[in-house]
Design a protein around this ligand. Structure first.
Ligand code: ADP
Ligand code: MG
Length: 281
């Protein structure tokens, strides 16, 4: 789903990422950790084409992000929801308006945007916050608003940049539970964090950055304790089955792409455009 191949990013004289290679599969939940300045936010900005790499290739699905023409960047960003480190909530707009804005910018009517905003706010447990202002909410609630806003286009991927940064453990755990429930519905999640306790409370994969280099790519400690030989051998079987599945999926996807091409002419701004179709159009 997300592939970084020998990616480097230089800001002026600063090498923020140094020859980074990794892949994240569709439906995965992966943590990205590393000290401040190690390149986590840079990775997220590269994924949504907010930045271009100095070297290397970034792919999402079948899309080569580096080569994506300008007019398709908007479509890419609808399929990759971002929860920014600084949230980027407008304090002079209500919670509901904050969530409606990206929809309205892409041409959705006010009425439909309101319905969708209510829907996603309910899905993150904030149905009663629609008319409040962000500063009237707790840190955890604000984080949920940012997650709701990232969900408005029903994205295939969510990038969450330190969403538990300033929260206590209990609230952090609740945010993680929310992201896990979104992941269970099929959304791929890539989450940067500093919070070791949060990571250790799950069994998820952890990609470790240090000064722009990929230092480690491992399961969290919990998982290491639990993985037995038996499980590792069943993983191999699973993998073979998965490879076959990918072939079938590729065939299905080709068919789907052809269908989408046919329908392309009738595209409305509200229509969901999948990552697959972006690659092909
Ligand atoms: P993290 O999110 O892990 O804290 P960043 O990706 O924000 O790390 O930053 C990685 C490195 O790149 C740091 O050394 C930082 O100072 C530098 N950097 C980040 N953004 C910029 C920028 N816009 N201009 C110049 N240097 C930057
Ligand atoms: Mg950062």
């Amino acid at each position: 789903m997300i592939h970084f191949k020998n990616v480097s990013k230089q800001y002026y004289s600063d090498l923020a990422l140094d020859n980074v290679t990794f892949s994240i599969e569709k439906g995965d939940f992966v943590f990205l950790i590393g000290p401040t300045g190690s390149g986590k936010t840079t990775i997220f900005r590269l994924i949504i084409r907010d930045l271009l790499p100095s070297e290397g290739v970034i792919e999402i699905g079948d899309i080569n992000v580096n080569k994506l023409p300008g007019k398709k960047i908007r479509q890419l960003r609808r399929n990759v929801g971002v929860v920014f480190q600084d949230l980027k909530l407008l304090t002079d707009r209500t919670v509901g308006e904050n969530v409606m804005l990206p929809l309205q910018f892409s041409g959705v009517s006010e009425k439909d945007a309101k319905i969708r905003a209510e829907e996603v706010l309910t899905s993150v447990g904030l149905e009663s916050a629609f008319s409040k202002f962000p500063l009237q909410l707790s840190g955890g609630e604000r984080q949920r608003v940012a997650i709701a806003r990232a969900l408005v286009f029903d994205p295939e991927v969510i990038l969450a940049d330190e969403p538990t940064g300033n929260l206590d453990f209990e609230t952090s755990r609740q945010i993680l539970d929310l992201l896990e429930s979104i992941n269970k519905q099929g959304t791929t999640i890539f989450m940067a964090t500093h919070n070791d306790r949060i990571i250790d409370s799950t069994k998820k994969r952890v990609i470790v950055l240090e000064k722009g280099k990929l230092k480690d790519d491992r399961r969290s400690r919990e998982e290491k304790k639990h993985v037995s030989h038996e499980e590792s051998s069943s993983k191999t079987h699973e993998k073979n089955a998965e490879e076959k599945n990918v072939e079938v999926k590729a065939h299905e996807a080709k068919h789907e792409k052809e269908e989408i091409k046919k329908e392309d002419k009738n595209e409305k701004s509200e229509d969901k455009i999948s990552l697959e179709s972006i690659a092909d159009k």
